[in-house]
Ligand binder design. Structure first.
Ligand code: GLN
Length: 495
């Protein structure tokens, strides 16, 4: 059978169990697709030997009738996850040569569930960015192109390699991480589905830390059903992460009934921003109508502190990053500078960090150090924390009033051209996160679902935000939206 790499997780799982295909065949189809897609720069470390060994083991389990949820399904792993013995560089020069001695909890869980790892995926350096352009490997490329020109487009960021790989059918699904939108924005830019779970649902252990109070791992997939399957395999309590929730993980797939009759969907007025393109406004209105037609009750809501979310995020995230990145000192991990005569330990730290960190990472470390400094701590960091509490309260109030989920655009535009935001004020790039950062600040689950295309045929996504720990309900609402939108477009193959 050809084109096995184009299957969804659910389709491949069913074919494996029916003995229509083997995991080795599926894996080989993906490995060939990856080899033919160098132009996308999505996979930055390929692991074909590991993949084929895992695929053979999965085939043996399938033959023995002992097939766990992801048995034999080939996936890609964002470079932010530590994978034992395999380069795990967070797309940074400072982690050049780093091969962890251990496996992240999320990847361990995926392997325990039978998944096959095809390799590591491109991303923004330390997950800081919205375009995958801060990567030491160079940017990943979006498989989609505008109908009217050949401009190379960003797949979004920071999980740009994951989004590009899933959209181009190089793998059946991928892991991502989301600190301020890094799963949802790239999924919206590539016509794929991505969920950021409730903070604490997936263990952060073994994931290179960016901003620890915001970081969450999640699946990036072709369909909502696949997101349900993969999230269940990734999630669960981990004593090695003190912020991991000791809660049972439901059978998310079983909750996909598509029935949302009587659900209350909130439409927040503060997300109607001036200057939002008409096609995004229309997409949002259309999505609202689809949920209404499916039987949901639509209510106007207010999240009054929304306008403070971006400034608060861009204080808190750099503050935590500056602290987390202090560990890259040239002693414990990766790159160390070549010392000149007379250099001491201070020069070693300074030169190592100047050589190892890219510009955006350096900017964040400087901003973070500044907002945490004694003279400015109250004015910036503490104020941002208070704003964060108010943003969370906005959501708590809306949910307490009976709202089940909130519908918003996922991004303020379709995928933009690579290089288009360079040399600009960095704040322009930061504005990409305007609809997504609130969800991280409040620790809530959020999912991006492709529901339409723009005038040039590029995919556009809507975001649904759910109650904490109710990913199952959120996935079901997303499933209803997916069914109603019927988004089936695929990028034309040019690579
Ligand atoms: N684009 C945001 C940032 O640059 C979010 C990144 C993320 O979610 N990892 O910080």
């Amino acid at each position: 059978m050809s084109d096995l790499n184009k299957l969804t997780l659910a389709e491949a799982r069913d074919k494996l169990r029916a003995k229509d295909v083997t995991s080795v065949e599926l894996t080989q189809a993906c490995l060939s697709a990856i080899d033919a897609a160098g132009a996308l720069n999505a996979f930055v470390h390929k692991t074909p030997e590991i993949a084929l060994e895992q695929a053979r083991a999965a085939d043996a389990r399938l033959a023995a009738g002992d097939a766990p949820a992801m048995c034999g399904l080939p996936v890609g792993i964002k470079d932010l996850f530590c994978t034992k013995g395999v380069p795990s560089q967070a797309a940074s020069a400072i982690l050049e040569g780093f091969k962890p001695e251990y496996e992240s909890t999320v990847t361990s869980k995926l392997f325990d569930a039978g998944s096959v790892m095809l390799g590591k995926l491109n991303m923004d350096e330390f997950a800081m960015g919205s375009s995958n352009e801060t990567s030491v490997y160079g940017n990943a490329v979006n498989p989609w192109r505008r109908g009217n020109d050949d401009t190379a487009l960003t797949p979004g960021g920071s999980s740009g390699g994951s989004a590009s790989a899933v959209a181009a059918d190089l793998c059946l699904a991928a892991t991502g991480t989301d600190t301020g939108g890094s799963i949802r924005q790239p999924c919206a830019f590539t016509g794929t589905v991505g969920i950021k779970p409730t903070y604490g649902r997936c263990s952060r252990w073994g994931i290179v830390a960016f901003a620890s109070s915001l970081d969450q791992a999640g699946p990036m997939t072709k369909t909502v059903r696949d997101a349900a399957i993969m999230l269940e395999a990734m999630a669960g309590h981990d004593p090695k992460d003190s912020t991991s929730a000791d809660l049972a993980v439901p059978n998310f797939e079983a909750m996909l009934t598509g029935d949302i009759k009587g659900k209350k969907i909130g439409i927040p007025k503060e997300y109607r921003l001036d200057g939002t393109p008409d096609e995004i406004v229309k997409l949002w209105d259309d999505g609202t109508a689809m949920l209404k037609d499916a039987g949901a009750e639509i209510v106007d809501i207010s999240l009054p502190h929304t306008k403070y979310a971006l400034p608060a995020y861009y204080v808190i995230a750099p503050a935590e990053a500056s602290s987390n990145l202090a560990r890259y000192d040239g002693v414990r991990y990766g790159h160390r500078t070549t010392l000149a005569a007379g250099d001491g330990i201070t020069e070693m730290y300074e030169k190592t960090r100047a050589e190892g960190f890219g510009h955006e990472v350096q900017r964040r470390v400087m901003v973070g150090t500044y907002v945490l400094s004694a003279g400015f701590y109250d004015a910036y960091y503490n104020r941002a924390r208070r704003v964060r509490a108010l943003i969370k309260k906005d959501f708590d109030d809306v949910f307490a009033a009976g709202v089940d989920a909130i519908l918003t655009p996922a991004t303020p535009s379709a995928a933009f051209g690579l290089g288009e935001m360079n040399d600009e004020d960095p704040v322009k790039m930061y504005l990409n996160d305007v609809f997504t950062v609130t969800v991280n600040l409040a620790g809530l689950p959020g999912i991006s679902v492709p529901t339409g295309v723009d005038a040039q045929g590029l995919p556009l996504g809507l975001q649904l935000i759910g109650r904490p720990w109710e990913e199952g309900d959120l996935l079901n609402t997303a499933y209803a939206l997916e069914q109603a939108a019927g988004f089936v477009a695929k990028p034309g193959r040019w690579w």
